[in-house]
Design a protein. Structure first.
Length: 164
């Protein structure tokens, strides 16, 4: 892209749409270059080779590492020791609402690996949150794995939202 076309785009954005461009953060990225990627609005955009071995590349769009890390921190805050006063159904209801919103925003592109990472984090945080609630460690009912027990308590899974 030539500098004239970049200047034209900048003038259009600033003139017609009344937007102010941050010159320090703005850059032009050619995603066709090897290793080039763009992080924008919580997503990472990049071209990846075809997984079936064909010679073409496809545009891969997925939640950025920063977005996933921010979500992990938010979930950590929602399940920290200061939340121990909340009844489990209330806490799980709040987590479900929050996760539905996050999954809805990141439903564009290929988000399944980020969903799996967030699900593992939520499961670990909920188990950790349930453990110190009594003098004896909290255990899932006999014969019920943690995932099934948490589902009985009302926790939704992000992978279920993908197929819904």
């Amino acid at each position: 892209m030539g500098s004239e076309s970049i200047e034209f785009i900048e003038s259009r954005l600033e003139g017609k749409f009344q937007l102010e461009i941050n010159r320090e953060k703005t850059r032009v990225v050619d995603l066709r270059e090897a290793g080039a990627s763009l992080n924008f609005l919580g997503y990472t955009f990049r071209y990846d080779r075809d997984l079936k071995g064909r010679g073409r590349k496809y545009l891969n769009v997925f939640p950025s590492q920063q977005a996933v890390q921010r979500e992990r921190e938010k979930l950590h805050d929602m399940t920290n020791s200061h939340q121990c006063f909340k009844p489990i159904p209330v806490l799980i209801g709040e987590l479900n609402r929050h996760l539905k919103g996050w999954a809805n925003y990141f439903s564009f592109g290929y988000s399944i690996s980020a969903y799996c990472e967030i699900e593992r984090h939520v499961q670990g945080r909920l188990i950790q949150h349930l453990q110190p609630r009594r003098q004896r460690p909290y255990r899932s009912p006999r014969g019920a794995p943690w995932l099934r027990h948490l589902a009985r308590l009302g926790r939704i899974r992000l992978s279920a939202l993908v197929h819904a």
